[in-house]
Design a protein around this ligand. Structure first.
Ligand code: 475
Length: 836
């Protein structure tokens, strides 16, 4: 359908085209207009929520204007686009980010003051968009910011969950999950009721011969659910490029089927069908690094992949280019294996619907996809049962079997003497029931596979994908070390530090090229700079202390050393090591004389993070932290020397307060288990130091900042397997200090010991899989070293300044340029060119 306005009418159109506000006056005008008309409020009933809404709508208008232009420009330029398929985008709040990225936060701040509001209060009205679990989802959000900031033509695709990750409440020390209904006011999304895709499930497969005498396959007669697009603008920093994040929402299709039901009086059934359809995009699965094999999860994955691919193919077909150009126009990145069904789906579209030959189609598929792996934990690797896929997606199962058969033939030819290899690399695991190994399908269907930090990328080549390196050669496997956006994680979260850096570097250009931070090293001995730097850290700690007082009712001393561990609660991340260390510290203090106590470095141990609702061990850790905090915080003999708090409902907006307020943060996974970690980067960038194991990106952070500026401890990844084996064969001697900690827990110091027995037993009786005991001594020694180091404040400040100066490598802009060059082969499209 031709929808554009005829030439003759375009002048009138352009005269009235929407304009962007620039000044404080214009901002106030827009905000008040929205409050009075869009929201139907007045100056007599404008609360902070309404002021937020008015401000957000004013900025939304601005974003939309550039968004439209960007989309027109990208369509016109018709160059290669990248599509980032991620089941999770942990976006957090949008207003502050929008104001900073378009460079009008100060204007809005003054405008809001004129209207009677404080900027901080308005910003905090917004609910987080929490469509993710943890690192993987937040990485996707940082990547969107970098893609737009670097002017790459890029779209994100995900699901529009009605409920994001649950809200965590702590009740009597236990985690309670509360639903996160976040959509009652979301000014950032645009429903596109005209952009829909009908998605088929179940049904049957049949063959026929087409007019050209070709054998064709059709899949139909199943249940149809409609995908409706909801779009959100993603503004770049310091550029007008505004990309699109498209979220699919499910609803019942209104085909003939429904009407038959209505007409035959099956009203109830028809409404039930509708609810069943809407269930698909209802809720984000709250498991981080664990796959549970639920049918609804598989339905979500297919629904999202099929809608996104239909959309991508529809856009490609508009260009009227031949199919052989597809992979020159389209790059699709798979964020973990969750979107792996996109591989057989594209093959199905090309072969069944578009009539391409199998091999021709498969070449296109492989050239289109790239796959990012985020974990080597066996329990996180996705497998779906063959009977389930057979039932839900019968045609896709056929295609997966065909892909597998051709792949295995190739392997057999290449390695005729190796009998076992076929069973090892087959996409189908010969178990009962048979399972489809999604990671293998993702490797086979992509032209590049990457890990997310150097150690991790090496590990996948020697463990889970070892055989595939042999089959395809090492070049198919690569590394892109993770990064973070300095816009949100420095400029937005820590405006004072950002301003101080800008004052030394001659402006904010470093936010677009983070390697410029290295120039800060020249100021490391500058007295005024050091004083300012230290004062900013202190102010951020005061802000965090206020937050703790407000939310936990615990008064902490901002001059104490703030020790933070915030991330998903998981045994491999070893929050248990941290809390056992805290108990050890408590016992040490209790045994001290008044004289000895004077020499103790006061500390605040801060924990935060969600446990998956069914993960009992993780929930036990939360309970223990809270019980320990209750006892220690009330102990008069300890006072300010040690405080322990668990911050409820850790999320992106809370991280923006917590991260700048830390002196030391803990990244203490069993070596070889944490693929990268990204909060480690956030803390160091904000002038905090790290205590960590030689794992994930900690290793590269050490390389960049220097080993004198990080506190590493513990066993190395290469020794973990041997230690585990030794535990099983010979048993092991519990570390004596840890033994004393366990005795204290068993004695009931922190409440009924039975509640914590699973945690203690997993170490004492069940082989200590995560090597808590093996690393305990080294952990305690390193914590003591940190106390001594912190006491020498001048040295400490030097370490933190040098570290900040050396963090340039960890910008997600660097990641995106690496992906663009090595994997996607795409170029930026600058707004100046093509002036649309
Ligand atoms: C790694 N989430 C971090 C980060 O690369 C790494 C898994 C299954 C279902 C839902 N969510 C998940 C993850 O696996 C995840 O967040 N992985 C993390 O990805 C970004 O920095 O080390 O654990």
């Amino acid at each position: 359908v031709e929808a554009s306005v005829p030439e003759g009418q375009r002048a009138a159109w352009k005269k009235h085209s929407a304009r962007e506000f620039k000044t404080k006056e214009e901002f106030e005008n827009e905000a008040v207009r929205h409050i009075e008309t869009t929201l139907a409020r007045s100056l007599f009933n404008c609360d902070e929520a309404a002021a937020y809404a008015g401000t957000a709508l004013a900025f939304r208008d601005r974003l939309v204007i550039e968004w439209n232009k960007t989309q027109q420009r990208q369509t016109f330029a018709d160059q290669k686009r990248v599509y980032y398929l991620s089941l999770e985008f942990l976006m957090g709040r949008a207003l502050d980010n929008a104001m900073l990225n378009v460079g009008l936060k100060d204007v809005a701040k003054e405008g809001l003051a004129d209207l009677g509001f404080r900027m901080e209060d308005i910003i905090s009205q917004e609910r987080d968009a929490a469509l993710g679990n943890g690192g993987l989802g937040r990485l996707a959000a940082c990547f969107l910011d970098s893609l737009a900031s670097l002017n790459y033509p890029a779209w994100g695709y995900a699901l529009r969950y009605r409920y994001g990750i649950f809200k965590q409440e702590i009740v009597d020390g236990y985690q309670v999950e509360v639903p996160d209904y976040w959509l009652d006011f979301n000014p950032w999304e645009f429903p596109r009721h005209d952009v829909t895709v009908d998605i088929n499930f179940y049904g049957s497969v049949s063959q026929y011969v087409d007019d050209d005498g070709k054998q064709r396959t059709v899949w139909d007669n199943g249940e149809i659910v409609t995908a409706v697009a909801y779009d959100a603008p993603i503004p770049g920093y310091g550029t007008t490029t505004t990309n699109n994040l498209r979220l699919w929402s499910s609803k019942a299709s209104h085909g003939e089927f429904d009407f038959t039901k209505f007409n035959s009086g099956e009203y109830e059934q028809s409404v039930a069908d509708q609810q069943r359809a809407e269930t698909i995009s209802a809720v984000l699965y709250p498991n981080d690094s664990l796959e549970r094999g639920k049918e609804l999860r598989l339905k979500q994955q297919y629904f999202w992949c099929a809608a996104s691919l239909f959309d991508i193919v529809r856009r490609f077909k508009k260009s009227k280019k031949p199919w052989k150009d597809f992979a020159n126009q389209v790059a699709i990145q798979l964020n973990d294996t969750h979107p792996t069904l996109a591989i057989p789906e594209l093959q199905r579209i090309l072969v069944d619907l578009e009539g391409l030959g199998w091999d021709e189609a498969w070449t296109i598929v492989q050239a289109t996809f790239g796959y990012t792996n985020h974990t080597v934990l066996p329990e996180a690797l996705e497998k779906w049962s063959v009977p389930l896929i057979q039932h839900l997606l019968p045609r896709h199962l056929q295609i997966i079997y065909e892909i597998n058969s051709q792949f295995l033939q190739y392997v057999e030819k290449s390695f005729p003497k190796e009998k076992d290899i076929l069973g090892r690399v087959s996409i189908i695991e010969e178990s009962q029931p048979k399972m489809v190994r999604m990671a293998y399908l993702a490797v086979i269907g992509s032209h590049k596979v990457n890990g997310v930090a150097e150690l991790h990328s090496d590990l996948i080549k020697t463990t889970i994908f070892k055989d595939f390196v042999k089959i395809y050669g090492p070049d198919k496997f690569t590394n892109v070390t993770n990064g973070i956006t300095p816009r949100r994680w420095l400029h937005q979260a820590n405006p004072k530090l950002s301003e101080l850096i800008a004052s030394k570097l001659g402006g904010y250009e470093y936010l677009r090229d983070l390697t410029l931070l290295h120039k800060l090293e020249a100021f490391v001995d500058d007295k005024d700079f050091r004083k300012d730097f230290q004062a900013i850290k202190y102010a951020n700690k005061v802000r965090l202390a206020q937050y703790i007082l407000e939310h936990n009712g615990v008064k902490v001393n901002p001059a104490a050393l703030f020790d933070v561990q915030v991330k998903r609660i998981h045994e491999y991340k070893r929050q248990q090591l941290n809390i056992f260390g805290v108990i050890h510290r408590y016992l040490e203090i209790k045994a001290m004389s008044a004289e000895q106590k004077k020499k103790v470095q006061p500390r605040v141990s801060i924990f935060g993070g969600k446990a998956a609702p069914g993960y009992w061990m993780a929930k036990t850790v939360i309970h223990l932290v809270n019980q320990v905090g209750k006892v220690i915080n009330a102990d008069k003999e300890v006072g300010d020397l040690l405080k322990v708090v668990f911050l409820e409902d850790y999320n992106v907006s809370k991280a923006e307060i917590i991260v700048p307020g830390s002196d030391i943060s803990e990244h203490i996974s069993t070596a070889g288990t944490e693929a990268s970690g990204t909060s480690n980067m956030k803390f160091v960038l904000n002038g905090g130091l790290v205590i960590g194991t030689c794992d994930g990106a900690n290793i590269e952070i050490t390389r960049e900042v220097g080993e004198e500026n990080i506190f590493l401890f513990g066993n190395l990844a290469e020794d973990v397997e041997d230690l585990r084996e030794a535990h099983h064969k010979q048993g092991f001697e519990l570390d004596p200090l840890l033994k004393r900690v366990f005795e204290t827990i068993r004695s009931g110091t922190f409440g009924d010991a039975g509640q914590f027995s699973a945690l203690v037993d997993s170490i004492v009786d069940h082989g200590d899989y995560y090597l808590v005991s093996d690393d305990f001594k080294s952990y305690i020694d390193t914590q003591n070293l940190i106390d001594q180091s912190y006491a020498k404040q001048e040295e400490w400040v030097t370490k933190t300044i040098l570290s900040v100066a050396r963090m340039g490598f960890f910008s997600s802009d660097r990641c995106i340029d690496e992906y663009a060059e090595m994997i996607w082969n795409i170029e930026p499209l600058k707004p100046e060119t093509n002036g649309a």
